[in-house]
Write a protein that binds this ligand. Structure first.
Ligand code: SF4
Ligand code: SF4
Length: 224
């Protein structure tokens, strides 16, 4: 059994397993920290969404909670003017490459972007950074699910789940910068890739980019 340590998050004293990432310690105790890319089982967190910043007492600046291992006596604040500025900017940048049409989205009311907006008082609309409109047709080739790239936030959860499924690997990241995308080998439709439609990627998606065709919501809204 892992050694227990005591950490203080937003003034609450919490007992946690030593080394457990602060993001999950907080979430397990009902303290919400915005996040999109983190998964509990990640050995090396990607920290790519830049949303889970917190202040660590004695630290030199905000740090990502998904990479911060719990240690005895740690004092954390989930909000500060610096943290709030960083999270707002990361969120607005994400939205600038996201087709916002919640009313017709399969993730509506079960979406991590909506949850972040609610929790932090952000408006779900384009602000400082205008929408980068571009052609990204959905891939509806699998029998049971679809993939709409215009809603993808590039969190990479689907790719990690695809790896964990243990098959040959159907999807990965391709391209750089604005061309970065979740893709099959040679950008083939999913139905022509090694995908066997196990659905783990759909369940891992925190937004409406991967969705079941029969309309049922993912079991956990993508929260793993
Ligand atoms: S993914 Fe979320 S924020 Fe984006 S359109 Fe769908 S419900 Fe709205
Ligand atoms: S399809 Fe969903 S899970 Fe995969 S990278 Fe995009 S947003 Fe993340």
């Amino acid at each position: 059994m892992k050694k227990k340590v005591t950490v203080i998050i937003d003034g609450r004293e919490i007992s946690a397993a030593a080394g457990e990432k602060l993001l999950f310690v907080a979430l397990d105790h009902g303290i919400y920290i915005p996040h999109l890319c983190a998964m509990r089982d990640d050995k090396r967190p990607e920290a790519s969404c830049r949303l889970c910043f917190v202040e660590l007492e004695g630290g030199s600046g905000p740090v990502t909670a998904c990479t911060l291992p719990a240690a005895d006596g740690m004092v954390i604040k989930t909000r500060s003017p610096r943290v709030d500025r960083l999270v707002r900017t990361a969120f607005e940048l994400l939205l600038s490459d996201h087709r916002l049409k919640c009313g017709s989205c399969p993730a509506n009311k079960n979406c991590e972007l909506q949850r972040i907006a609610r929790a932090r008082g952000f408006k779900l609309r384009y602000g400082r950074f205008p929408y980068l409109e571009r052609e990204r047709p959905a891939d509806e080739s699998p029998a049971s699910f679809g993939f709409d790239r215009s809603r993808c936030v590039l969190c990479g959860r689907c790719i990690r789940e695809d790896r964990r499924a243990g098959g040959p690997g159907a999807i990965g990241f391709a391209g750089r910068g604005l061309q970065r995308r979740v893709s099959t080998c040679e950008d083939l439709p999913l139905a022509e890739s090694p995908c066997n439609e196990c659905g783990r990627c759909v369940s891992a998606c925190p937004v409406g980019a991967l969705y079941w065709k029969d309309g049922h919501a993912t079991a956990n809204g993508g929260r793993l």
